[in-house]
Each structure stands twice: as structure tokens, then as C-alpha cells.
Design a protein around this ligand. Sequence first.
Ligand code: ATP
Length: 282
Amino acid sequence: MSMRMRVAQPPLPLAGEGRGEGGQRPLAPLPNPLPAGGERGKFGLELEVRELRAGYGGLPVLHGISLCAPVGRTTVLVGANGAGKTTLLKTLAGVMSPVSGSVLLDGKPLAGDTPADRVRRGMALVPEGRHLFPDMSVRENLELGGYLASRAQRDKMLEAVIGIFPRLGERLTQAAGTMSGGEQQMLAIGRALMSRPRLLLLDEPSLGLAPKMVDEMFAALARINRDGTTLLLIEQNVFQALAVADYAYVLSHGEMIAAGAAWELRGNDLIRRVYLGEAIAN
Ligand code: ATP
């Protein structure tokens, strides 16, 4: 793409200070560069990704990217098809191993942790395509997400998930595969919440949903975030994702080309033209 902005790593050309979530919550600037050693604690970072390289066999996809997800905030990663967004989430979830670089959750490295270890440490992934068990009931799918918890904790989480997605409560005995796409996405998010994650990773949660369901889904994500879970979502639905996010990163061809407060990226002319297209173009 001819309009690519090349920025230094870590790529944080925008300060990101001022307002977040529609001006409701004050935002600290994204740390630039990512803090090291004793400095890192003061920034309150749930997730830190440093110089991450990953790919498939001989095909490099992520070319040394850095990003962070501040505690209690929503961070969105946007980018065109093939930019490497799913590859990043798979690497964070431990489904793929990085070639080099590091990932820290709550300041501690995740190297060598299996996907199950990462769930135990408070990270949960809502994968692209949902990966539900279609013949199992809604309740059974949800309970699988809480398999590490005690019966009492599972019941409590089930109640909390139904509070966020009442539709799931009305369909607890229904087979997951018979629900609408939007309901299945809610179930996939609910199942991830059953492990009581401190960090929830979401891969294109709005993909293929009707506009009304997309609105509902983003409203639910805002609530989950307000309730204290840090969110990192990747999205092609750039307009709505930037509207709910506090911070945003733009990934292009495996390189981070912009980062900052979501409201700043929304107002950035280049981002508007290249990534938001007609959605908010003048
Ligand atoms: P999309 O939004 O279309 O899913 P993305 O930004 O999530 O795109 P990735 O799915 O991470 O991008 O793909 C990045 C690159 O890696 C693409 O060129 C893709 O062809 C390649 N790729 C993805 N999965 C594999 C795989 N299993 N084996 C080989 N190459 C892969």
C-alpha cells in the first residue's frame, strides 16, 4: 500500500493522552518505549509484547512488533486482511510459538506456558470462528470454559455470564449449533469469561454478524471491560472498534505502523482514508 507510514519500533507516534471511552475516563499516554525492569510497574500493563517475530515455517508474518494492553482498558488492533492479526493472537494464546521476542502477562514472561497454563494465569481467547461444540448445549459449552474452577465458582460465573448475555440464560438447554451467529458469538465470549480472565483476547468478534448484533456485542464488551476485564481485540470493523476502545494499534504487513489513543486514531486523516474508507470519510 503506497500510503504506509513507517514508524520506529515501538511504534507510538501518537501521544494518546486526554480522554478515553467517549471522554468518560481520563487516559494516560501509552508508554513509549515500553518500560523495562523496575519502571514497568507504574504503567499498569496487563500485557506487554516486545519485538515479537512469528510465522509459518519459512514464512515470516510478524516482523518484530511491540504493543501493550493497559490494565482495565480496551485496546484494539486493526489491520487489513493478511496483516498478521490472527497470527499475533495465536502466538499470545500459546497456540503458536514465536521465533523471537517476548510476551509478558502482568509483568511475568509467558515463555513455555501452554495454552492451558495461560488460561490458569488469567488469559482467555475468543477465537475467530468461535470453535463451539455445536451438538452440546449452551450450558455444557459454558461449563467447559470453567473447567478449572470449582462447582461453586462455575455456578457463580454462569450467573455472571447470563447477567451479561440474558439470551444465553434463556437457551441453556439448546444445542449451541442451532443458535444464530450472534448468539453463538455471545456463547463464545461467555465461555471465555467462565475462566474469569484478567485479559480477554478476541479475534474479530463482529465478523459475519448482523448490524444489530454487532451493536449488542460491542455493548457487551464495553460492559465486560467496565466490570474490570482488560480487553485486547482485533477487528476489521474499524469504525465501531475504535469507538469502544481506549487505545488502538494499526498493523500492516506484519509491522506496527501507528498506535495511540483510539480517539486520536479515529481523527487521523491517513487512518481515516486508508482504514475507515467510506465509513467516516468526508
Ligand atoms: P484476516 O483478517 O484475513 O484473518 P489477519 O490479519 O488475521 O488476516 P493472518 O491470518 O495472521 O492475518 O495471516 C497473516 C499471513 O499469514 C497471511 O499471509 C496468511 O496467508 C499467512 N498464514 C496464516 N495462517 C497460515 C498457516 N496456517 N500457514 C501458512 N501461512 C499462514
